[in-house]
Design a binder for this molecule. Structure first.
Ligand SMILES: [Zn+2]
Length: 88
């Protein structure tokens, strides 16, 4: 995760969401991203993503970040891993 290429918008947003605990990866299914549902963490993720510097020293455009954060949160599982739910 720490070696992710943060020049990429979706990788940078994913990093910001995970490090602020707005999202978490299922410990049993590492392809499943779970939205924790914490509003404070989600706005913190946005603030963090805004400060990520690309290798050319620039930051991401605010509107693009907001859209990508919304997209990733919308595609994440809500609160619980659906695969664990099915198994349990
Ligand atoms: Zn799971």
């Amino acid at each position: 995760m720490m070696s992710a290429n943060l020049d990429d918008l979706s990788a940078a947003v994913r990093y910001a969401l995970e490090t602020t605990r707005a999202t978490t990866v299922c410990p049993f299914h590492d392809e499943v991203i779970i939205r924790v549902g914490d509003d404070a963490a989600e706005s913190h993720a946005y603030e963090r993503a805004k400060r990520i510097l690309r290798s050319d020293g620039t930051t991401f455009e605010a509107g693009a970040l907001r859209e990508e954060i919304a997209r990733q949160l919308a595609s994440a599982a809500d609160g619980r891993c659906p695969k664990c739910d099915r198994a349990g």
